[in-house]
Design a protein around this ligand. Structure first.
Ligand code: NDP
Length: 282
């Protein structure tokens, strides 16, 4: 059996088109959604991400406001910009690209973004609401994973989902979102004993480790769904996931590739969160 390849790029295009339609057909006299993106310093990877976000805003018909600040920007200056954006009507969502230079406290910055504009879903209010099962902006990458599963009509209720990785931006929120979808959830991490045995029990595997080809076919139950969040750059410059794609795809029922799987969904969910914030502000 060869797995169905879940095409995150195609799903993203469809969802972004739907978002663009919603903006095009907005009530007469209303403004477009607005996303403010802050970047401090000139980390090349961050610049690429910010550019991709700008492009996605164009596709969706959003106004994007970019604030490129020098690396020596003080924490106070950054917090004062966030305060201004929190009070700017045209801005529905605020995103501060991480990582920040080491002299700035990331937690302080995340805490400063108004929860209503925290479209990245990292603020304590949104993470608390996610935990409590209340409406919230969920972090975009795990939200994208759930959206993909729904789009593909993959049953989650009652299924055993094993997540490898427990970071605040992927693993932990993925677990809460899968619980919300009524899956039975196991979270594995670097201290898990017998990790292959745990993963082998999964109907759905979510790999968010950051180690190329970590999940091998002997860890996968025949017919499982495998979602690969990992992004790893190999010495030859190629990008690969956390799953040994070529071998695992012969055993899984469905699998996401890297690139072209979860990656595009992350920005798509950022657009969806911003659209939602805008609707609340109309
Ligand atoms: P982190 O480094 O923050 O977390 C990695 C997790 O993997 C940790 O919980 C760690 O466990 C666990 N881990 C590491 N080694 C092992 C091991 N040998 N066995 C079991 N568990 C292990 O990474 P992120 O969560 O931020 O990202 C994970 C991957 O996803 C990365 O490749 C990243 O680039 C990618 N990513 C992709 C995104 C996308 O848009 N597609 C967005 C965000 C991330 P412990 O806690 O015990 O240390």
């Amino acid at each position: 059996m060869s797995a169905k390849i879940i095409d995150g790029k195609k799903i993203s295009e469809i969802l972004r088109t739907e978002t663009a339609e919603a903006v095009k057909n907005r009530p007469e006299g209303t403004r477009k959604p607005g996303l403010a993106v802050i970047i401090v310093g000139d980390d090349p990877a961050s610049k690429i991400y910010v550019n991709n976000k700008k492009k996605a805003c164009e596709i969706c018909g959003f106004n994007s406001y970019e604030y490129a600040m020098p690396a020596d920007t003080s924490e106070k200056e950054l917090l004062s910009l966030i305060d201004r954006l929190n009070n700017t009507t045209e801005v529905d969502g605020i995103l501060c690209q991480l990582p920040l230079p080491s002299h700035i406290d990331e937690n302080k910055v995340i805490d400063a973004i108004s929860p209503e504009k925290d479209v990245d879903g990292f603020s304590p209010v949104n993470t608390g609401n996610l935990l409590a099962g209340k409406p919230c902006f969920a972090p975009c990458t795990p939200a994208g994973v759930v959206e993909m599963l729904k789009f593909e009509g993959i049953e989650t209720a009652g299924k055993h989902c094993v997540i490898v990785g427990r970071s605040n931006i992927v693993g932990k929120p993925a677990a809460l979102l899968m619980l919300r979808e009524n899956a039975t959830v196991t979270i594995c991490h670097s201290r898990t004993e017998n990790l292959p045995e745990q993963v082998k029990k999964a109907d759905i595997v979510i790999a968010a480790i950051g180690k190329a080809n970590f999940i091998t076919e002997d860890m996968i139950k025949e017919g499982a769904v495998v979602i690969d969040v990992g992004i790893n750059r190999l010495p030859d410059g190629k990008v690969t996931g956390d799953v040994d794609f070529e071998k695992v795809k012969e055993k899984a029922a469905a699998i996401t590739p890297v690139p072209g799987g979860v990656g595009p969904m992350t920005i798509t969910m950022l657009m969806k969160n911003t659209l939602e914030a805008w609707k609340r502000n109309l």
